[in-house]
Design a protein around this ligand. Structure first.
Ligand SMILES: Cc1cc2nc3c(=O)[nH]c(=O)nc-3n(C[C@H](O)[C@H](O)[C@H](O)COP(=O)(O)O)c2cc1C
Length: 379
């Protein structure tokens, strides 16, 4: 299957790249990540001075990550003289150099790293929320290089639309949506786990995916014509398809690699053709050219259906139902036998109490409940 896509004039063999962070903090790491088959490389954010990173700086929760990393622990000179020249010769995929933060930082960094970069991604994580001030930085960045420039949005920006329009008005090429979410507070008992001087850290990983998806959709609506890279919580090939349908041209991933193993890039790419097909498309370009189906708000109550042959009698639906509308009881002779005929109990819906909220269908681990989200799929 053709997995290729285009972002800000760059031709990518596939839409998946690492997000800026510790996995791409030097040339050796970037070559290792490139070995997983990603479509482009994105460096750790480079600034003029080396960051003094607090330790510990990464905490892995169940489906999220907290981090207190800053930008690269190597100064600009090290990137320009040691890390990037060799990498450029051996990488073989487009190289996006992440840089930050002030206009004068960028006026120093962009011309110096321009020989190595196919595009720049500018982090706005530590520059506040004032889009008018950011627009001035965007203009000065534009004047500092002819290479494509994408500005990376932090999710706490009050108006993603205003940010997106400023990027377009400054003559830049695209937007990366979004950085990690926060500030967050990671606590173990009475102890703050990690953070800056205020004990604050930043959250990423699968738990933030719905927020990142919403931001991608909003930014795409505001600037239909700009390049857009989606990032935040991607864990599966289906997630990649969701981000492309929400409006992204390509995607980035970091936290899931740190939570579930660095070879996740390879695993996602192996699974991507099947995910694209499941969504009804025959190439990544087709997905990128499409959008999520329009959503219509409905007040109609649809009742869940339990497939007796699949229900394992685990009782999770009964335990979580906010309307107390599910009860587990023994199977009667007229009920279908449970999976492998050994399951005695069966979930039954009390139709008059059911509100049609949908929680049971989304929480059933066996996929035995349908009718609300998956209308007509079963029964
Ligand atoms: C440990 C860590 C370090 C990060 N460092 C940077 C960075 O230097 N520059 C940057 O723009 N984003 C940085 N990020 C944010 C990621 O690039 C990404 O936007 C965010 O984590 C959401 O994607 P994910 O859920 O796939 O990780 C970092 C994230 C983590 C977890």
């Amino acid at each position: 299957m053709d997995l290729s896509t285009r972002v800000a004039g760059l031709e990518l063999g596939n839409p998946l790249m690492p997000a800026s962070g510790p996995l791409t903090g030097d040339d050796g790491k970037m070559l290792a990540v490139a070995g997983f088959g990603v479509g482009a490389m994105v460096t750790k954010t480079v600034s003029v001075l080396a960051a003094e990173v607090p330790r510990p700086c990464i905490w892995g929760g169940k489906d999220y990550l907290l981090n207190a990393e800053l930008w690269s622990e190597f100064p600009l000179g090290e990137w320009a003289d040691r890390i990037l020249p060799g990498l450029r010769r051996s990488l073989g995929i487009p190289l996006v150099v992440s840089a930050g933060y002030s206009a004068s930082d960028l006026e120093t960094i962009l011309p110096r790293l321009e020989p190595f970069a196919d595009a720049f991604e500018i982090s706005t994580h530590y520059v506040g929320n004032d889009v008018a001030a950011m627009a001035k930085t965007m203009e000065r960045a534009r004047a500092a290089t002819k290479k494509p420039i994408l500005f990376k949005m932090s999710p706490h920006i009050p108006s993603p639309e205003e940010f997106a329009l400023a990027v377009r008005e400054s003559g830049l090429d695209g937007i990366v949506v979004a950085n990690s979410l926060g500030p967050a507070l990671g606590v173990d008992g009475s102890r703050i786990l990690l953070g800056n001087a205020a004990g604050q850290s930043w959250m990423s990983g699968p738990a933030i995916k719905p927020i990142a998806l919403a931001l991608v959709a909003r930014v795409r609506k505001a600037v239909p014509d700009l390049a857009l890279i989606g990032v935040g919580g991607i864990r599966t090939a289906d997630d990649v398809v969701e981000f492309l349908l929400a409006g992204a041209d390509a995607v980035q991933l970091l936290s899931s690699a740190l939570l579930y193993g660095k070879d996740i890039y390879r695993r996602i790419l192996d699974a991507l053709p099947a995910a694209v097909e499941r969504a009804g498309f025959s190439s990544v370009a087709e997905v990128v050219a499409s959008r999520l189906a329009p959503f219509a708000v409905s007040k109609e109550i649809r009742l869940p259906l339990v497939d007796g042959g699949t229900c394992t009698g685990c009782g999770i639906c009964e335990a979580v139902c906010p309307w107390f509308a599910v009860a587990l009881s023994d199977r009667k002779p007229s009920d279908p036998p449970g999976p492998s005929g050994r399951v005695k109990r069966l979930a039954r819906m009390e139709g008059s109490a059911c509100f049609g909220c949908g929680l049971c269908e989304s929480r059933c681990p066996a996929g035995a409940i349908s009718g609300i989200f998956s209308q007509g799929k079963k029964g």
